[in-house]
Design a protein around this ligand. Structure first.
Ligand code: NAD
Length: 289
């Protein structure tokens, strides 16, 4: 499995056509793979394909891609209407909702469809890869392939190994990520892995300041940007999506036996309850056209 040629130009399937799925599809297409995209929400994968076509056209306008690159990438994308259409994939990357039971159910369904050597990767931000693989016939093929948002721009990929993950599978994914132009790191399956573990207090303190009405989101963002960060914490949470960010915090909190350091925020829960999910819903801390 350490051989990168196992994946080269072979079909990659992406499940979940949301914020992350679209970005992963773009990267895999531009690396030359045929890509299947599936989403359980009616019309979501087709809408994502249209959004992606517009992005590729913009890149061509800027001279970053040739019209031929765009045409061939678009021709390689297949919008699947059922999981069965993913059966020839060499690699499946799931980027669905951050919920362990839903991811486990999806992995079980996939095992009945894909070939025995297909790698099953999860883009989970925080859930245990050991748990995602639990109960499968071949748990050794499950690995975390954790991209960052926005996927085409962010270089880092955490390659996460659970207790059952075959080292050769993690190595192959590490090499593939590098082949896709990413900087890959190996990580163990601990709650939040590396980046999300470090990032939790960043968001938690921001949300605590907001709850105390110490400053507005705009002031907090201006301060953090002024200190040299690319984005402020509020605009970053809007980009991530508050539903996803809240689910990640809950998962890290629970997995750390309810350690108060990771306690989720009431401010964020109110936003999720109200559908203020950030960019993807048109409103979070800020409004988006
Ligand atoms: P999202 O809400 O934007 O998209 C999720 C998509 O998955 C939706 O379109 C939904 O319809 C689909 N979906 C849900 N259940 C499904 C199922 N059973 N089968 C097929 N499709 C299903 O979420 P997102 O922000 O793209 O996050 C997806 C995953 O990536 C999560 O595990 C999240 O933790 C992780 N992640 C998110 C970010 C981020 O910044 N948003 C960064 C890194 C990792």
């Amino acid at each position: 499995m350490t051989n990168i040629n196992l994946f080269r130009n072979r079909p990659v399937a992406v499940i979940g056509a949301g914020v992350m799925g679209i970005g992963i599809v773009q990267v895999a297409l531009l690396a030359g793979h045929p890509v299947h995209l599936f989403d359980v929400r009616e019309g979501a994968a087709a809408a994502a394909a249209e959004q992606l076509a517009a992005t590729l056209a913009r890149l061509a306008d800027k001279g970053k891609l040739t019209p031929e690159d765009v045409a061939s990438a678009r021709a390689r994308l297949h919008v699947a209407s059922s999981l069965n259409e993913l059966r020839d994939a060499a690699l499946v990357i799931e980027a669905i909702v951050e919920n362990l039971a839903v991811k486990q159910a999806l992995m079980r369904d996939l095992e009945a469809i894909v070939t025995h050597d297909c790698v099953l990767a999860s883009n989970t931000s925080s859930l245990s890869i050991t748990a995602v693989a639990r109960g499968l016939e071949v748990p050794g093929r499950v690995v975390g392939m954790h991209f960052f948002n926005p996927v085409p721009l962010m270089r880092l990929v955490e390659v996460v190994s659970g207790l059952a993950t075959e080292p050769a599978v993690a190595d192959a994914i590490h090499m593939l990520a590098a082949d896709w132009g990413k900087t890959a790191v190996h990580a163990k399956s601990t709650p939040g892995f590396i980046v999300n573990r470090i990032a939790r207090p960043f968001y938690a303190e921001t949300l605590a300041l907001l709850q105390e009405q110490a400053a507005t989101p705009a002031v907090l963002d201006a301060c953090v940007r002024g200190a040299g960060f690319r984005m402020g914490p509020c605009e970053l949470m809007d980009l991530i999506g508050h539903d996803t960010n809240f689910a990640v915090t809950q998962s890290v909190y629970e997995a750390n036996f309810f350690d108060k350091r990771y306690q989720p925020s009431l401010v964020q829960r109110e936003m999720v309850d109200g559908g203020l999910l950030g960019r993807k819903s048109g409103r979070g801390f800020y409004r988006y056209p």
